[in-house]
Design a protein around this ligand. Structure first.
Ligand SMILES: Nc1ncnc2c1ncn2[C@@H]1O[C@H](COP(=O)(O)OP(=O)(O)OP(=O)(O)O)[C@@H](O)[C@H]1O
Length: 303
């Protein structure tokens, strides 16, 4: 697959803070690529360096064959960047905002389709300030993509959206991709990354912790869960069983993350037998991306 973005050993510091530390990845044409991590991980810094908004301190970056720091003007016509809704003046009607942004670009041939797909026809005469969060999101997406950019950058697009609006957003992102754009999206919702992205770069503390297809990352994951219900198990003893990384207990429903599924299970039943615990509904569970994240952090902390 052709790469539209290449990042090698990217570095960025703010004073003493290493916001991005030697991060490398590439993005193929037509991918939905997620940059995921918790608050402060370095997602915004990374995406804004790719957009040409921030300067890097080290490493190489190529976006559509150009260095975004040196070719921002040329890139602007070919990429789409979604603004935060706070960047749009409130006293503007949807139609006026679309007209204004259309005037920046020579090619808006797909605008009609986009408006239809986003359902914006019915909102054309509404002031931006009167729209709900979900509709504001649609408008800023339309403004970012009305020139059919080759790459669309979305920084936390689903922040603050309710579950339905979030699902609608995923649908729209797929539509943009099917229309020919590559999508770079940041999120701290792991479930979103799992459902939406073809590949993800997982970053924490400015470091790339994992890179790949969500499904593959989960399959490669050494960590698994065992879950069961017990009325009388002792949490302190459980958390000290061999292999245990973490333990959740919701009213007697235990979920134990372990690197050694078989060994932890053996010791669980051994302790249970000796101490006469009830153990019901025992099963192995697959981890989620959230779990992978916890696992990676645990490895780092104990390294
Ligand atoms: N302009 C800045 N000046 C100083 N420090 C900054 C600046 N921008 C970001 N940082 C710091 O760099 C680190 C990475 O921040 P960044 O905003 O890139 O992370 P993020 O993953 O996007 O987090 P969030 O989801 O909270 O926006 C954080 O420690 C943050 O406090």
């Amino acid at each position: 697959m052709d790469s539209v973005i290449t990042v090698k050993q990217l570095r960025k510091q703010y004073g003493d803070v290493d916001a991005v530390k030697d991060v490398s990845f590439s993005v193929g044409k037509g991918e939905i690529f997620g940059i995921i991590g918790p608050n402060g991980a370095g997602k915004t810094t990374t995406i804004e360096i790719l957009e040409g908004i921030r300067k890097r301190d080290g490493g190489e970056v190529q976006v559509l064959g150009m260095d975004p720091e040196k070719n921002r003007r040329n890139l602007n016509a070919r990429i789409g960047v979604q603004f935060q809704s706070t960047a749009i003046q409130e006293k503007i009607k949807v139609k006026e905002a679309l007209d204004l942004f259309s005037s920046f670009y020579p090619n808006n041939d797909n605008l009609g389709d986009l408006i239809e797909k986003l359902g914006l026809d019915e909102k054309m005469d509404v002031y931006f300030e009167d729209l709900s969060g979900g509709w504001k999101q649609r408008v800023t997406l339309a403004l970012a993509t009305l020139h059919s950019p080759e790459i669309v950058f979305l920084d936390e697009p689903s922040m603050g959206l309710d579950p339905q609006a979030r699902r609608d957003l995923w649908d729209i992102i797929h539509y943009l991709r099917d229309r020919g754009s590559t999508i770079i999206v940041t999120t701290h919702y792991m479930e979103e990354a799992e459902k939406l992205c073809d590949r993800i770069a997982m970053i924490y503390g400015g470091k790339l912790e994992a890179l790949g297809e969500p499904k593959q990352l989960l399959e490669d994951l050494a960590t698994k869960y065992l879950s069961f219900y017990s009325r009388d198990a002792d949490e302190n003893i459980l958390s000290r069983l061999p292999g245990v990384i973490s333990l959740e207990n919701t009213e007697g429903h235990y979920r134990i993350m372990t690197e050694q599924l078989q060994r932890t299970s053996y010791h669980l039943f051994k302790e249970g037998e000796e101490r006469n615990w009830t153990i019901e509904g025992f099963q192995f569970e697959r981890g989620t991306l959230d779990d992978l994240f916890v696992h990676l952090l645990h490895k780092e902390e104990t390294a």
